[in-house]
Design a protein around this ligand. Structure first.
Ligand SMILES: CC(C)(COP(=O)(O)OP(=O)(O)OC[C@H]1O[C@@H](n2cnc3c(N)ncnc32)[C@H](O)[C@@H]1OP(=O)(O)O)[C@@H](O)C(=O)NCCC(=O)NCCS
Length: 316
């Protein structure tokens, strides 16, 4: 059973089949338009591939997408070397074909394909079906907790230095210090903008106002966020150097969420931000529902620590 890359026509055919899994509350036509538009986004055009597991007759048994994402190795002397990691998304088997090992087979065949990249580092996915399925193919899960904050009335720009707009992504990400870890995943501005493209689509299709900013800075600290389909504001990136900065940045997010009529602000816990988030009055910690990060190395000797930070901006 070969694993092949989908043609544009095959991608559109898969959109019609995956609608029940990922389409609502968009209409089928709206979902097809979203998929088409997301594939046309510069980040997806450059980094995304759609894979099909086919039988001998060429019928599709299972499908998924991969997005190449930047990752970095830090040598003992501090030297940083860029490489490629791959985030896997949209693993899908039609209902009538489920339970026959097709998704597992596809994941197994995908691994050597990803390892062909000369500087391949790691494969990453975000499971919505628990860890078991992907453990079979060698992936291991990290812990996944969210912090939830209520929207708050007020002037969004108060108590921060600046609110950020969608042309500020590059500057915002370049303010961050790479973590002092032997391996980490490091997003690009184009990758962050892909999340804003999703926000633009939801605003248009669901008739919602767009949040008036996509991030904020205070002192050396930076946050980026986006509205998601469920009507929450999610922090894509939180580089807070102190508890006070975290509170100021999340305060701006809460006020932006309030102005846009969003239900809540959601922050993915990372090892470095956990103690800062814990000190914010009213922030509630809860186990993440879905989007369980799972990883495996694509090269020998790469150790994936359980405390690897996985910011929400890496989600696909
Ligand atoms: C998840 C999915 C891709 C599995 O495809 P498949 O070809 O049936 O997968 P396999 O036959 O290799 O493995 C099936 C296993 O997945 C498990 N699984 C499927 N859906 C699950 C769910 N919602 N929660 C937990 N486990 C699930 C099955 O229980 C089965 O386990 P078992 O073999 O121990 O009984 C398929 O059910 C699907 O397309 N679901 C809808 C889209 C989706 O949720 N994709 C996953 C996104 S992370």
């Amino acid at each position: 059973m070969p694993l092949v890359l989908a043609t544009p026509a095959q991608k559109t055919e898969r959109d019609a089949l995956t609608y029940p899994a990922w389409g609502p509350p968009l209409t089928p036509a709206g979902y097809a338009a979203r998929e088409h538009r997301l594939r046309a986004h510069p980040w997806a055009r450059a980094e995304m591939r759609t894979w099909l597991l086919c039988d001998e007759q060429g019928s599709v048994l299972s499908s998924c997408e991969t997005f190449r994402t930047r990752s970095v190795l830090r040598a003992g002397d501090g030297t940083l070397t860029d490489g490629d990691s791959f985030a896997i998304a949209s693993v899908f088997t039609e209902e009538r074909l489920r339970g026959r090992g097709h998704a597992t087979r596809m994941m197994d065949l995908l691994l050597p394909e990803l390892q062909r990249a000369p500087d391949a580092h790691a494969a990453l996915l975000f499971s919505d079906v628990g860890p078991q399925l992907y453990r079979r193919s060698g992936y291991r899960e990290l812990s996944a907790w969210n912090w939830v904050l209520s929207p708050q009335p007020g002037e969004p720009g108060e108590h921060v230095d600046r609110l950020l707009g969608e042309t500020d992504l590059d500057t915002a990400l370049s303010r961050a210090c790479p973590p002092e870890r032997p391996f980490f995943l490091w997003p690009t501005a184009a990758q962050a903008d892909w999340h804003l493209e999703r926000e633009r689509i939801y605003a248009e299709q669901l008739g919602r106002p767009r949040p008036e900013a996509c991030g904020a800075t205070v002192g050396p600290s930076t946050a980026l966020w986006a509205m998601v389909k469920t009507g929450a504001l999610v922090l894509l990136w939180l580089d807070a150097r102190t508890a006070q900065d975290a509170e100021a940045l999340l305060g701006a997010a809460r006020r932006v969420a309030h102005r846009a009529g969003l239900s809540h602000v959601e922050v993915w816990e990372e090892p470095d931000t956990a103690p800062l988030l814990a000190s914010i009055p009213g922030a509630v910690r809860e186990p993440r529902d879905g989007s369980l990060p799972m990883l495996q190395p694509l090269r020998p000797g790469l150790l994936l620590s359980e405390s690897l930070p996985i910011p929400r901006v890496l989600w696909v």
